[in-house]
Ligand binder design. Structure first.
Ligand code: F6P
Length: 376
């Protein structure tokens, strides 16, 4: 029989267990496959921590949040081992062969696709599934976990709406999404946010203040401002682009390690400072509008708990399709969503790209059509 390995890597996302279940059931049903799960992402593969996925382990997990396998952000080529960062790729490849694997399924977001591709380049038979609440994996219509997170964020913002209204306040809501604004935009539209700020559209604080004032003139003394964690002002964007450019230049050129370190430090300091940007925005809006303002960070609430029906269906479909592809001898691919069906997309076409919200996307148009301020 054929041996299939599976691991979940990167931030967890509702639907992981539904995918593991679909992989396990579809594979076992062929009568020709066995499945092992590695614990805590690539780390479990490195440390040979695994469990055989028997039928009994696959029942009652469809509706569970998180992942029964555990996850981590560890990368094969840069893993903390004994207090040091080490390249464990060799060990991982050896373990793949030692376990007699015919294929390894890596379930993850953008980072996982990259790490999986590196292993595929080393000759391992790798397939991936796209999951992340950020919905920013390139090459697929959608990722599982996104729908659930959008539901959770929408419900939370609905609740914030009524308290903002009662207290005549601005409420700034920070939603996840470092590089892409899908979640902020989707939940913002669904909950009728007055302002939505996303990384793809650098914002001008004055425009936000104007929007809030216009509402005040119409007798609305409260406003909901939904901000993706990666949203930035026009000036911040300029600074960030410059820092990135400096860092890339220092890395490329034979620049002395001193100047390389300086460029890296400058970037890291900007990133640290960014972790409190929504608090600063809330305070600035309070000062600029005279309305009291509060900040709510939804954080990991958006990733926890049971998946929505849509994500359960999607994860089930992707998990089963992946096993079918393995059976057909297809490898080195991400199982992507294309409309109602799935499609194997070569990993090389997926990595090092991100699916951000395009400027002409219908959601941007919808938000503008109902008078939502996008900060520009
Ligand atoms: O990539 C998914 C994500 O939820 C991002 O939206 C967020 O920036 C990040 O993970 C948070 O990561 P962590 O789990 O390390 O707190």
């Amino acid at each position: 029989s054929r041996h299939i390995g599976v691991l979940t890597s990167g931030g967890d996302s509702p639907g992981l267990n539904a995918a593991i279940r679909a992989i396990g059931k579809t594979a076992l049903d062929t009568g020709r496959m066995e499945v092992v799960g590695f614990r805590d992402g690539f780390r479990g593969l490195m440390e040979n921590r695994l469990l055989r996925l028997e039928r009994s382990m696959l029942s009652s997990i469809l509706t569970l949040g998180g992942t029964i396998l555990g996850t981590s952000r560890d990368k094969p080529h840069k893993m903390p081992v004994g207090g040091e960062m080490k390249d464990m790729t060799e060990v991982i490849c050896d373990n793949y062969h030692r376990q007699n694997l015919d294929a390894l399924i890596c379930i993850g977001g953008g980072g996982t696709q990259k790490n999986a591709f590196r292993l595929a380049e080393r000759g391992l038979n790798i397939l991936t599934l796209p999951k992340t609440i950020d919905n920013d994996v390139y090459g697929t219509d959608v990722t599982f976990g996104f729908d659930t997170a959008m539901e959770i964020a929408t419900e939370a913002i609905d609740r914030l709406h009524s308290t903002a209204h009662s207290h005549h306040r601005i409420i700034v809501v920070e939603v996840m999404g470092h590089n892409a604004g899908w979640l902020a935009l989707g939940a913002g539209i669904a909950s009728g946010a007055d302002v939505i700020l996303i990384p793809e559209i650098p914002y001008d604080r004055e425009k936000i203040v104007q929007a809030i004032r216009q509402r005040q003139q119409r007798g609305k003394n409260f406003s909901i401002v939904v901000v993706a964690e990666g949203a930035l002002s026009v000036n911040e964007k300029k600074t960030l682009d410059k820092l990135r450019e400096d860092r890339a230049k220092a890395k490329e050129s034979s620049a002395k390690s001193k100047s390389r370190k300086k460029a890296q430090d400058a970037y890291a300091s900007f990133a640290r400072q960014r972790s409190t940007h929504t608090l600063r925005l809330s305070q600035q809006l309070e000062e600029m509008t005279g309305l009291e303002s509060r900040l709510t960070i939804l954080g990991h609430l958006q990733r926890g708990g049971t998946p929505s029906a849509t994500d359960r269906v999607l994860a089930t479909k992707l998990g089963s399709a992946c096993v079918r592809y393995i059976d057909e001898g297809i490898g080195g691919v991400m199982v992507a969503v294309r409309g109602d069906s799935t499609e194997p997309v070569p990993l090389k076409d997926v990595v090092n790209k991100r699916k951000v919200v395009p400027p002409d996307h219908s959601w941007i148009e919808s938000a503008r059509n109902v008078g939502t301020c996008l900060g520009d």
